[in-house]
Design a protein around this ligand. Structure first.
Ligand code: MN
Length: 500
C-alpha cells in the first residue's frame, strides 16, 4: 500500500551577495551539480528538487511558505555554501512546518592545497556559514536532522535516505486512521491510552465500530470472490493438513478469505489504514481474523491485537516509512511470548495468537487450521512460517499518563535451534541488545509493552528522530545501554517532561 503521494525534497542553498555575482553563479552551479548527482546515485528513495540560492529574508520566507503549501514537498534540505547571516532565516524558519535537514557538506572533498587562495576560502566556507545557520536553528529550538560529510560519501547518502523515510513518516502520520473493533481487552493496561492526545501529537484518528458492522461486510462478500481468493491461497501457500479433513480444512480457509475481502472493502470505503481486533468480541465473525489480518498487514495495513490501537498505528507508520524499499525484509506487529534462558542462546520467542505479517517470513509459508484455545469460535486458519535473521528494531509506544514514550530496542534476529512442529503460529526469535538480561530489564523499567511494532528495515536513529519530530519522549535500548545510566535517563526525563 503506497501513500498515494509523490513526495519530493527541496534543496535550498544559503549564501549572501557580499562576494559578487561570479561567486553566486558558482554557488548555484555547485548546488545544481550536488542535486543532480544525488538524484542519479540511486541511493535516495525520493527525488530532490533544486531551488534558487537563498539570500534575502523575503526569498527565504517565501520559499519556506511555498514548501509548506506544496503537498508533495516532504521536507527541506538546507546547506550554507558560503556565509549566510542567520537572522535572515528567522522568519522563514519560524513559519516552516515540515521536516528539516541540515546537510553540512561542501562542494569539494579535499582542500586544493596547490591552488587555494582567499577567493576559494570565501566561496567555500560552509564550515563557517553552516555554524552560523546551525546556531539560529538551535536557538529557535527547532528539530532538524544534521548530516555531516562530503555529499558524495555513501554514508552521507545513506543518512539522507534515512532522513527522507523518517520525514515521510512525519508527514504521513497525520493521515493514519485506525479502525477499532469494539474496545480494548478488559483489564489490560498497556494497550490503553489517551486517544485525544494521540491525535494532537501524531495526528491519528482512532474510531471504534460495533463488530457486526464490519461482520456485515464480510457476510456480503460474493461467493465467487471468496472462492477465487481461496484458490489464490492454495496456489501461493503450502497446505499443512495435519490429518484434518480436506474439505473441512478448505471451508475454514475460505472463512479467512471472506474476512480478508470484507475487511478490506470496509477499510477502503471508510478510509482506514490500520485495524485492531479483539478475540473476545467477534460478534457474527466465525473465526478470529488470522490469515486475513496477516494478508492485510502484508498489503500495508497496520494491526494491533486485543484493541491495541497504538501498536496498530505504529505498524502502519513503519510500513509507510519502509514502503517501496528495495530488498526490504519486513515490518510486523509482534508479541513477546517465551524466553530461551540457556546461556549463550538467550532470546525471546516472538509470535502472536495468529497475526504476524508474512513480509517478515523467511522461506516457505504454510497454512494451518488449529484450535485457538481462547474465545469461543471455530478453529481459525493462519499462515505459519519462521522469520528472517539479522538486525532489526522493536518499538513500543506507551502512555505514561502525562506523555507518550516510545521505547526503541535494537534486536538481533536469529533462528531457533530446532523446529517447533507443534507450534501452529508464525514466529520470530531475537536477542535484544545489549543482551537478554539488560535488554529486558531496561524494557520493563521503561514500561514497554508486550506488543511491539517491529521492522528489519528501520534504524534506531530513524525511530528516535521520528519521536523527536513528534515532540514525544523516546528511550533507546541498544549495545550502549547500562542499567544505572538508563535509570538516570528515565528519572531525568520525568523532570524534563514535567517542565515542558
Ligand atoms: Mn496480544
Amino acid at each position: 500500500m503506497q501513500t498515494g503521494k509523490n513526495y519530493r525534497f527541496w534543496f535550498c542553498t544559503g549564501s549572501q551577495d557580499l562576494y559578487g555575482d561570479e561567486c553566486l553563479a558558482r554557488v548555484a552551479e555547485h548546488s545544481k551539480i550536488i542535486v543532480e548527482k544525488l538524484n542519479q546515485s540511486g541511493m535516495l528513495p525520493f527525488e530532490i528538487i533544486w531551488k534558487p540560492t537563498l539570500i534575502t529574508n523575503e526569498l527565504i520566507r517565501k520559499t519556506f511558505n511555498e514548501a509548506n503549501s506544496d503537498e508533495e514537498c516532504a521536507g527541506v534540505i538546507t546547506w550554507m555554501h558560503t556565509f549566510s547571516p542567520a537572522k535572515s532565516w528567522i522568519l522563514g524558519l519560524q513559519e516552516f512546518r515540515k521536516p528539516l535537514c541540515h546537510l553540512h557538506t561542501q562542494f569539494n572533498q579535499e582542500i586544493p592545497y596547490d591552488t587555494i587562495d582567499m577567493d576559494f576560502m570565501n566561496e567555500n566556507q560552509s564550515a563557517h556559514g553552516d555554524r552560523e545557520y546551525g546556531h539560529i536553528v538551535t536557538r529557535m529550538r527547532m528539530e532538524r536532522k544534521i548530516i555531516v560529510g562530503h555529499w558524495d560519501d555513501p554514508e552521507v547518502k545513506e543518512k539522507l535516505a534515512g532522513f527522507m523515510r523518517t520525514a515521510v513518516g512525519v508527514m504521513e502520520s497525520s493521515h493514519i486512521r485506525v479502525m477499532r473493533i469494539a474496545d480494548n481487552m478488559r483489564n489490560v493496561a498497556v494497550t490503553e491510552g489517551d486517544k485525544v492526545e494521540a491525535q494532537i501529537k501524531f495526528g491519528w484518528e482512532i474510531d471504534a465500530y460495533p463488530v457486526n458492522e464490519i461482520a456485515d461486510y464480510v457476510k456480503d462478500t460474493p461467493k465467487g470472490e471468496v472462492d477465487a481468493l481461496t484458490d489464490e491461497y492454495y496456489d501461493k501457500y503450502e497446505i499443512i493438513l495435519e490429518g484434518r479433513d480436506l474439505e473441512e480444512f478448505k471451508r475454514h480457509v475460505a472463512v479467512q478469505a471472506q474476512i480478508e475481502l470484507g475487511f478490506e472493502r470496509f477499510l477502503e470505503e471508510k478510509n482506514y489504514q490500520a485495524i485492531v481486533t479483539h478475540f473476545g468480541d467477534l460478534g457474527a465473525l466465525q473465526q478470529l481474523p488470522g490469515l486475513a489480518i496477516q494478508r492485510l498487514m502484508e498489503k500495508g495495513y497496520g494491526f494491533g491485537g486485543e484493541g491495541d490501537w497504538k501498536t496498530a498505528a505504529m505498524v502502519r507508520l513503519m510500513k509507510i516509512m519502509t514502503s517501496g524499499m528495495k530488498d526490504a525484509k519486513g515490518t510486523s506487529f509482534m508479541e513477546d511470548y517465551t524466553y530461551n534462558f540457556v546461556p549463550g542462546k538467550e532470546g525471546i520467542l516472538q509470535a502472536h495468537m495468529l497475526e504476524v505479517c508474512p513480509s517478515v517470513a523467511d522461506g516457505k509459508i504454510g497454512i494451518k487450521v488449529c484450535p485457538l484455545s481462547m474465545g469461543d469460535r471455530e478453529d481459525p486458519a493462519r499462515l505459519v512460517f519462521t522469520s528472517k535473521t539479522g538486525p532489526a528494531v522493536a518499538t513500543s509506544l506507551v502512555d505514561m499518563g502525562n506523555r507518550f514514550r516510545l521505547i526503541i530496542n535494537a534486536v538481533e534476529c536469529k533462528k531457533v535451534e530446532k523446529p517447533m512442529p507443534k507450534l501452529p503460529v508464525a514466529t520470530a526469535f531475537w536477542t535484544p541488545e545489549p543482551n537478554l538480561k539488560t535488554g529486558a530489564e531496561a524494557w520493563i523499567l521503561a514500561g514497554g509493552a508486550h506488543h511491539t511494532a517491529f521492522s528489519y528495515d528501520l534504524s534506531v536513529e530513524q525511530m528516535t528522530e521520528w519521536a523527536d519530530a513528534m515532540g514525544i519522549e523516546s528511550v533507546v535500548i541498544d549495545r550502549n545501554t547500562n542499567i544505572r545510566e538508563f535509570k538516570k535517563e528515565l528519572r531525568w526525563n520525568e523532570i524534563a517532561y514535567k517542565l515542558l
